[in-house]
Ligand binder design. Structure first.
Ligand code: ATP
Length: 345
């Protein structure tokens, strides 16, 4: 299957006075797995619907390779879709559901059957072709939806929160399977989720959206370790945003002048685990909690800022003896101290 690159060029969409997409531009490479991540209402679904052809942008262009698809009907776009609520046909069995897109495209019956069976094998449902939809579990239904989306060999796949109705264990299995399917078929995939961990686990790149704009587009590791805005830093897990002057260097003791992000799990209690070019924070231990795999300490800096410190239990010698109210210094290596570009405190 030959996949295609996608270009989203200055796309805007408003509903009345509400701006759902605000001049969004994005290049997605052929064969890439890109995730749109953001809070509810940030515009992820609107952008996906615009690509699918169900929402017409007010301005801007959508290209599949060199082809302008901005005004093309959804069924002419060569795009496979799996939505959380993209219902299967309950009165048809599994096989008929998967054959449906081929029937629409007037594929000869025997060919359609073989391709549907192949698609079912790819999603590990080969034994269930004759089963009624009503007699399937949630995970199996999503596999049928996946098979139906890939059966006509689309050049692009769009997925909108396809796993959000599944329980946690099944979700993790399906994350792995969707990624494997993507790697086998190499289809350019755009995946929408509001789950940070899911985005980090599955994607080649993540685009973080807020208020109809893309805040940052980068690899999962860059997004997590090097957020370009305060919003991205805080959306991606336990981030301490520290005002200029509140963190000092270990060597020399000078204060850092930038707004810094240091993640809770980047801290150590033992200075020997951190290079001399690292950072130190001095404060008073306000609270501590044992959480099984780690300890969570709350440190109050002298200027009143609170810092969350997460120490893995395996490295937490001494945590049990710490007492609220005592002075404490925590350390982070230079690689884990990130200055947020352009952030004011
Ligand atoms: N047809 C519509 N009419 C009016 N407002 C709409 C319409 N569709 C979406 N909106 C609004 O546009 C904004 C963006 O919605 P969108 O569904 O794209 O967000 P989202 O990031 O996908 O959120 P969620 O994670 O909750 O699905 C929301 O405030 C939503 O209420």
């Amino acid at each position: 299957m030959k996949s295609l690159p996608i270009t989203i060029a200055s796309v805007s969409k408003a509903y009345g006075s509400y701006v759902a997409l605000d001049d969004v531009s994005l290049d997605i490479q052929a064969g890439e797995f890109l995730t749109l991540l953001g809070p509810s209402g940030s515009g992820k679904t609107t952008l996906l619907m615009a690509l699918a052809g169900f929402v017409r942008p007010d301005s801007g262009k959508l290209l599949l390779a060199d082809r302008d698809i901005t005004r093309l009907a959804p069924n002419k776009r060569d795009i496979g879709i799996v939505f959380q609520n993209y219902a299967l046909f309950p009165h048809m069995n599994v096989l008929a559901n998967v054959e449906y897109p081929l029937a629409l495209r007037k594929t000869p019956k025997a060919d359609a059957r073989q391709r549907a069976l192949d698609a079912l094998a790819r999603v590990k449902l080969e034994g269930l072709a004759e089963r009624n939809i009503a007699a399937l579990s949630g995970g199996q239904r999503q596999r049928v939806a996946l098979a139906r989306a890939i059966v006509f060999e689309p050049r692009v796949m769009l997925m909108d929160e396809p796993l959000s109705a599944l329980d946690r264990n099944l979700r993790e299995t399906m994350q792995y399977e969707i990624r494997r399917l993507h790697d086998d078929l190499g289809i350019t995939t755009i995946y929408v989720t509001h789950d940070q961990r899911e985005a980090l686990t599955m994607s080649d790149r993540v685009a973080v959206m807020n208020s109809g704009r893309i805040q940052q587009i980068d690899t999962p590791q860059q997004i997590y370790d090097r957020p370009s805005t305060r919003f991205v830093a805080q959306f991606m897990g336990e981030a301490n945003i520290l005002a200029p002057g509140s963190v000092r260097t270990i060597d020399g003791g000078d204060a850092f002048r930038e707004t810094l992000m240091i993640r809770a799990e980047s801290f150590h209690l033992d200075v020997k685990l951190v290079g001399r070019d690292g950072a130190a924070l001095d404060g008073m231990l306000r609270a501590k909690a044992f959480r099984g795999e780690n300890w969570l300490l709350t440190l109050a800096l002298d200027d009143g800022q609170e810092v969350l410190v997460c120490i893995p239990s395996a490295l937490a010698g001494g945590c049990a003896e710490l007492a609220a109210g005592q002075r404490l210094t925590v350390y982070a290596s230079a690689a884990k101290v990130h200055a947020i570009p352009g952030a004011t405190s």
